[in-house]
Design a protein around this ligand. Structure first.
Ligand code: ATP
Ligand code: MG
Length: 225
């Protein structure tokens, strides 16, 4: 049996003192190297679930483990995010006062990589998402799709063992969406990276090895493709 990367049991998340129940008892496990697509209507809890996996927010109840360690009890959530996982946020979350090249280096600030090496790697990552020419631009001077690609390059900076991607190609034209998706899937295969990808696009979901469909804070189907 493959070791589990993530295991959730009875995972619930409430907001606003229980007025909003974003997750109503989610159970799943994800193995190393799996490519899982998460689909479901707007508001069903997909982003909330990714935030739990990324230790960006705490569950209200239930258990959630990463390689046997309880995520809500991690002593250093920031170190976990920097060393183990890459995150592509639905809203990019680029730092406005940093250039593209500097934004991509953010996760590497948590490592002991030398400045020159960091900069070189960031340059290569930007090249891999087709943005070599935009490296010195600030986010405000980039288009939505370009910002998205900077965010993707940044998420890959530390060669994460897990990539959490929230609609990673949602702001891209179909040509760039294909290129980026191919890049992510190639890395997932070559590096046996675990990929959890939220998407509304059924064509993208079909490229995953497993599709988890959510509705009203619950998993309503979980099927191998
Ligand atoms: N910080 C918050 N405070 C209050 N309610 C929240 C908060 N974050 C999310 N919610 C609510 O929780 C529910 C799930 O939100 P979530 O962002 O996980 O949905 P989603 O499936 O990612 O939707 P979308 O496809 O539109 O991105 C929604 O009803 C949302 O309004
Ligand atoms: Mg969302």
């Amino acid at each position: 049996m493959k070791p589990h990367v993530f295991a959730a049991v009875g995972l619930k998340k409430e907001f606003d003192d229980g007025r909003v129940q974003a997750l109503r008892g989610v159970d799943f496990s994800i193995a190393q190297g799996e490519f899982v697509a998460i689909t479901g209507p707007s508001g069903c809890g997909k982003t909330t679930l990714l935030q739990m996996l990324g230790a960006l927010d705490f569950p209200s109840s239930g258990t959630l483990h990463y390689r046997g360690n309880s995520i809500p009890d991690l002593p250093e959530p920031a170190a976990y995010r920097a060393r183990e996982i890459g995150i592509i946020f639905q809203a990019f979350n680029l730092l406005p006062t940093f250039t593209a090249l500097e934004n991509v280096q953010i996760p590497m600030f948590e490592t002991d990589m030398r400045a020159a090496e960091r900069k070189e790697r960031a340059g290569l990552l930007l090249k891999s998402v087709g943005l070599a020419e935009r490296r010195d631009h600030f986010p405000a001077k980039l288009s939505g799709g370009e910002r998205q690609r900077v965010a993707i390059a940044r998420s890959l900076a530390n060669s994460p063992s897990v990539l959490l991607a929230d609609e990673p190609t949602g702001n891209l034209d179909s040509e760039n969406a294909h290129l980026i998706l191919d890049l992510i899937i190639r890395l997932q295969r070559e590096q046996n990276m675990t990929l959890v990808l939220v998407t509304h696009d059924s064509g993208i979901a079909q490229r995953a090895s497993r599709v988890v469909h959510m509705k009203d804070g619950r998993i309503v189907s979980d099927l191998a493709t």
